[in-house]
Every structure is written in structure tokens, then in C-alpha cells.
Design a protein around this ligand. Structure first.
Ligand code: GDP
Length: 328
């Protein structure tokens, strides 16, 4: 199949959803020729990117992410936004998707023409975040979506990654999670711009209020980050549609402040630099792996490292010693 980049660009920019879906598939492809085409497409679209609000949402399976994104997403649409959601694919075992993996996630949003939902591809994902997620964000922006939600699941590394590509990071917590605020959760808490205690309704309401206080206490003892707004903890019931406006107002209000004083631009600038560095690392690794003799060498060295015969440092040095950076 030949891919006409110009036609794809035109379709995507004109708001053709199939065009966007096709472009995303191209971006996610690992084939070398596809990567080249994807690079061309991205360059052509780059001037149209960067204008959306990028929001990361994380939380353990069952915390209510898909229910929250569905309710919050509808709220955004009702305010006149166009929304794209890069969602966890529940069918992927590695993504730790919803425990109710067989249900259709975000049922209402998925049929709304103002919303575009893309499950992250399985296999490539790190807790739901693929290496290409940043590029997917850019494509959605070029297609005219002004709000992009990136969903991920509480497995540590993926949070750091998502945090490095969004303007605001929302951490969803269960009403009874307050007393488990340790370890990895605390690490994630440090990344959060907003903590939302979910399911603050019915029998859970009391516990949710306690969780709110617990989180506020935990945050109180954390060093505030001068580059960000103070972290807020909020209650929400996605089922009863309570707390959605408060989350919306806080989120956008904070971003407005950060934009006005230049902190948002600074965050994005740092993110672009970081992206460049990690992209460079990734592409260098790809280059090595594409070279048959290197591949063999690396595998041999890997074996030695695994057996404890050679130190990882020495093995890496041996690989690098054989690289002629001016090749091809
Ligand atoms: P995810 O795995 O994080 O995407 O969680 P889900 O959105 O699938 O929700 C997990 C369970 O929590 C489901 O049974 C939901 O019905 C329930 N749930 C989600 N949001 C709420 C809420 O606001 N209130 C209550 N009571 N239950 C909720």
C-alpha cells in the first residue's frame, strides 16, 4: 500500500476522522519506511500544533478513570471544546486496562462526533503510553482538537513519561486510598497538578472527604514547586456528575495563570528539549539495532552481561567503540 502524505495531510487538517486515524496508524508503525513518511507528515503539520490544552490523567485500575474521562469529556464538549482522548487499550494485558476489560470504555464519548478516542496500541505501550504518544498528541492538535487527554495507569514509569508531555497532570484516587499514601503513590503525587478523589457519592462520600483531608495533609508536607500552581485536592462523582465544573474551572484557571506569567511556556520548552533528547537516544538505538553486525555484537555482549562476565559499562563501551557516527 502506498501512502500519499499530502493527501493524508489535507484529510487530517480538514477534520476527516479517518484521515487522523490513518495518520496515527502511520505514526505508530515501526517500519523504517513508515518512520520516514511519518517524519515528513509531522514536519508538514508541525506549524499547526501546540495550541491545545494537554491533560494527563492517571490512577490505578478501578479508580474510575474511564467513567471520569467520559463525564469530564462530556463537560468539555458542552463548553464548546473539541476533545481527543488517547486512552488505555483495555484489551492489552500489558496496559493493565480496566478490570472490566470486556466492557466498552467511554461509551458515550466514543460515538460523539466532537470527540476522537484512540486506544494506545498494545505491545508498544508502557502502562498505556507508547513511545509515539507525543507525536499522536501533535496529530490530534493539527486535526483541530483543542483539548487532548492522555490516560495512563498507575505503574510509575508511565506517569513520569506522561507528565513530561502534558500541561496538567491529574491524579485520580479512590475514596479509601488516603491511608495508603506511600511508596509509588507518593512519587506520583509529586507529579500531580490536581488530585481528584473519585466516587464521592453515596456510601463512599464520608471516606472521600477523609481522603481529601489526608491528601491535603500529605501535600502540605511536600515542597511546593515554584514552577507550578499549588496542588489542589478535589472531590468528584463522575456517576452523579458532581465536582466536574470545579475540576474544569481549576484546571483551566491554573493554566491561564501559568500562561500569563510564562510558566506554561517554560514547561513546554523544557518538555520539547527532553523530547528531543529521548528521541535522539531512541533513534540512535534504532540505528544500532538495524545494523545486522551490531545486532549480533549487542546480543553477544548482552549474554556476557547477563552471565556477569562483563560489566554493563564495559559492554556499552565496546558497542560504542565500534560506531562510526559519520556512517550513512
Ligand atoms: P478504571 O479502571 O480506572 O477506568 O475505572 P472505571 O471507570 O472502569 O470504574 C471502575 C468502577 O468504579 C466501575 O464499576 C464504575 O461504575 C465505578 N465508578 C466509577 N466512577 C464512579 C463514581 O463516580 N461513583 C461510584 N459510586 N462508582 C464509580
Amino acid at each position: 500500500m502506498t501512502i500519499d502524505i499530502q493527501a493524508l495531510e489535507t484529510a487530517l487538517v480538514s477534520g476527516d476522522r479517518r484521515g487522523l486515524a490513518k495518520a496515527l496508524t502511520l505514526i505508530e508503525s515501526r517500519r523504517a519506511d513508515h518512520r520516514l513518511l511519518a517524519g515528513k507528515l509531522l514536519s508538514a503539520l508541525y506549524p499547526r500544533t501546540g495550541r491545545a490544552t494537554r491533560i494527563g490523567i492517571t490512577g490505578s485500575p478501578g479508580v474510575g478513570k474511564s467513567t471520569f474521562i467520559e463525564a469530564m469529556g462530556r463537560f468539555f464538549l458542552d463548553q464548546g471544546h473539541k476533545l481527543a482522548v488517547l486512552a488505555i487499550d483495555p484489551s492489552s494485558p500489558r496496559s493493565h486496562g480496566s478490570i472490566l476489560g470486556d466492557k466498552t470504555r467511554m461509551e458515550e464519548l466514543s460515538v460523539d462526533p466532537r470527540c476522537f478516542i484512540r486506544p494506545s496500541p498494545s505491545g508498544l505501550s508502557l502502562g498505556g503510553v507508547a513511545r509515539r504518544t507525543r507525536e499522536c498528541v501533535l496529530l490530534c492538535e493539527a486535526a483541530g482538537y483543542d483539548t487532548i487527554i492522555i490516560e495512563t495507569v498507575g505503574v510509575g514509569q508511565s506517569e513520569t513519561l506522561v507528565c513530561s508531555m502534558v500541561d496538567a497532570f491529574l491524579f485520580l484516587q479512590l475514596p479509601n486510598a488516603g491511608d495508603q499514601l506511600q511508596g509509588i503513590k507518593k512519587g506520583i503525587l509529586e507529579l500531580a497538578d490536581l488530585v481528584v478523589v473519585t466516587k464521592a457519592d453515596g456510601a463512599f462520600e464520608q471516606a472521600a472527604r477523609r481522603a481529601l483531608v489526608d491528601h491535603e495533609m500529605a501535600l502540605h508536607y511536600m515542597q511546593p514547586d515554584p514552577d507550578r500552581m499549588p496542588v489542589r485536592v478535589m472531590l468528584c462523582s463522575a456517576l452523579e456528575k458532581k465536582g466536574l465544573r470545579e475540576v474544569y474551572d481549576t484546571l483551566l484557571g491554573n493554566l491561564q495563570t501559568l500562561q500569563a506569567d510564562g510558566r506554561l511556556q517554560k514547561r513546554r520548552q523544557a518538555q520539547r528539549e527532553e523530547w528531543f533528547e529521548s528521541e535522539l537516544q531512541g533513534q540512535l538505538m534504532d540505528l544500532l539495532w538495524q545494523d545486522r553486525s551490531f545486532k549480533k555484537d549487542i546480543q553477544k555482549l548482552k549474554g556476557k552481561v547477563a552471565q556477569g562476565i562483563m560489566s554493563p559499562t564495559e559492554a556499552a563501551q565496546q558497542v560504542i567503540a565500534g560506531v562510526d557516527l559519520k556512517r550513512g
